[in-house]
Design a protein around this ligand. Sequence first.
Ligand code: ATP
Ligand code: MG
Length: 324
Amino acid sequence: MSKRVFSGARPTGRQHLGNYLGAIKNYVALQTEYQCIYSIVDYHALTTLRDTSELRHNTYEMVLDWLAAGIDPKGTIVYVQSHVPQVTELHLLLSMVTPLGKLTRLPTFKEKIQQQPDNVNYGLVGYPVLMAADITLYKADLIPVGADQLPHLEFTREIVRTFNHHFGDVLVEPQARLTEIPRVMGLDGVNKMSKSLNNHIELAAPPDAIRKQVMSMVTDPARKYRRDPGHPEVCNVFAMHKIYSPDDVERIEGECRNAGIGCVQCKQLYAEHLVAALAPFQERRAAWAKEPDAVWDVLADGARRATEIAAQTIAEVREAVQLP
Ligand code: ATP
Ligand code: MG
């Protein structure tokens, strides 16, 4: 059996540059070698969303982003998490071997408590257990994710070991696969780029919106005046030039250090390169958007294929746990 790849993303908005550089790039690259399964994890979105009216729309928009980025639904399975309900059963069974303290000590949980102190729900605490169920339901070996997900992945590995220790060698211990830019910073230059922090650049944003957002990016904080020398190694814009301006990056670095170029000019250049780099993606996206039925068909077909694998794993798990 060829190795399986699994990953998921929350339908909380369109995909952004951080999602692309940290995860989607690998989703696409891994398709040539592995059986890939990518999920729109709508249950996970419910841990932070109170208004669910956007869920369907966001799901559709995210699939468009994935297809435009190069995910090939002929080979790759793309499906909505809640369309394969076996995950809820595995989530419950995994929760029985999960020490509560492990969940409440996770840095991601502590962050969420701070972000939404009035909505610390049971699902939020159990988020990593559901993620472990997502992954293990498909016996996935490789998990392309951003660096923010590493604690969750380590948790999954531990829970697999515990489960297999109790019930036999049923589940597979997965490994993370990072890109070369596993943590893209937001426009604020302080936090990880996140849909929910609204510090992001959407891949599908119109060119003028991209330009405006790039111009709002925080640069080297020590560079107050135009004449001050800059420090490219701490500048978020320079980090992006390394990716989107390969031909100019050495010149920009030198001119930043000797104040030959100002931050405004530096950002204008980045904005133009980014707009150009996203143009082919945006064209492919527009082509898919003309056929919404085909997009929903991708998800229906994905759910059918995912369910075949999920049903098999659940049968093995139930047997191992000796459920009557
Ligand atoms: P939300 O704020 O709703 O949690 P998000 O922007 O964090 O949204 P997710 O759907 O949670 O996006 O993450 C999807 C994938 O993208 C995950 O693999 C995650 O690790 C990765 N990812 C998210 N943000 C970044 C980032 N700034 N840099 C690199 N990878 C990222
Ligand atoms: Mg996230």
